[in-house]
Design a protein around this ligand. Structure first.
Ligand SMILES: C[S@@+](CC[C@H](N)C(=O)[O-])C[C@H]1O[C@@H](n2cnc3c(N)ncnc32)[C@H](O)[C@@H]1O
Length: 253
């Protein structure tokens, strides 16, 4: 599978699709609240994509220095352009692999964020445990680890997993439709229908990837909570954000 295509078919599609789903908007709003509360001096986002979250956080928290890391150069390139265009100086985009933690200075970091990127740490599941435990070792005491993602029990029957992922994506499709409908002009309706069709196309693909653990490697909420606690993190928040499976975890070392 091409690295560049493991999430969406194009960067435009990514922007168009994900940024309009209610699950994503809810997640970003909650992350924004946590960051405002924690007011970190230095924040690192792993798996920042094109920087939709990092740029918002940089705008909202001008005294926070943000490093946004993503595997895909194309995405960090979009982030760089966007922050330059908007004259945002407190976010730096870096091309890199989040599993190679040696490459990052986490000693002075007050908050590590993974928003919809934890599920891309490849199988076996022990790799995710190893990542969390390496992160713990490198983080300073009192620093926050914030993980927002979709959680699904990988041990559940395949039919159940398929249904859950399908529900999750159909839900997004509906939200993207309504969120794009700013008025009732023909143009608005056309735009909203396009967003919905795009989401539908992605549903089937994402469902099969999720079920077959091809590029997307879901874990259960229980697994994350238990693993984090075993490593030594204190889980201070583990709230479900929607009725399906999206959830925000806030942990402290
Ligand atoms: C759904 S996007 C995240 C969106 C972003 N966090 C936001 O809030 O807008 C997931 C991102 O994780 C990145 N990713 C996946 N595996 C990675 C890895 N090993 N290292 C760095 N980034 C990775 C992908 O390139 C993708 O851009």
């Amino acid at each position: 599978m091409e690295k560049d295509k493991f999430l969406f078919n194009s960067d435009e599609e990514f922007e168009f699709f994900i940024g309009h789903t209610q699950a994503y908007v809810n997640m970003q709003n909650e992350i924004s609240k946590v960051v405002k509360f924690a007011h970190p001096e230095y924040l690192i986002e792993f798996g920042s994509g094109s920087g939709q979250t990092s740029i918002r956080l940089a705008k909202e928290n001008p005294r926070t220095s943000i490093v946004a890391v993503d595997l895909r150069e194309k995405m960090t390139g979009i982030g760089k352009d966007k922050s330059k265009k908007n004259r945002i100086k407190n976010v730096t985009f870096v091309n890199g692999d989040l599993t190679k933690l040696d490459n990052y200075n986490l000693k002075n970091c007050n908050l590590v964020l993974l928003a919809y990127s934890f599920k891309y740490i490849q199988d076996p599941i022990e790799t995710k445990f190893e990542f969390l435990s390496n992160l713990y070792k490198r983080m300073q005491k009192g620093a926050y680890l914030v993980i927002g993602d979709t959680f699904i029990d990988p041990k559940a029957p395949k039919a159940e997993i398929r249904q859950k992922i399908q529900d999750r994506y159909y839900d997004s499709s509906k939200d993207a439709f309504w969120n794009n409908l700013n008025g009732l002009t023909d143009e608005d309706v056309k735009y909203a229908l396009e967003a919905q069709a795009l989401n539908r196309e992605h549903t089937a693909e994402q469902v099969e990837r999720g079920v077959n653990r091809d590029g997307v490697y879901y874990v259960s909420r229980e697994w994350l909570r238990e693993s984090a606690e075993k490593i030594g993190f204190k889980v201070v928040l583990g709230e479900r954000l929607d009725s399906l499976s999206d959830m925000l975890f806030v942990m402290v070392k």
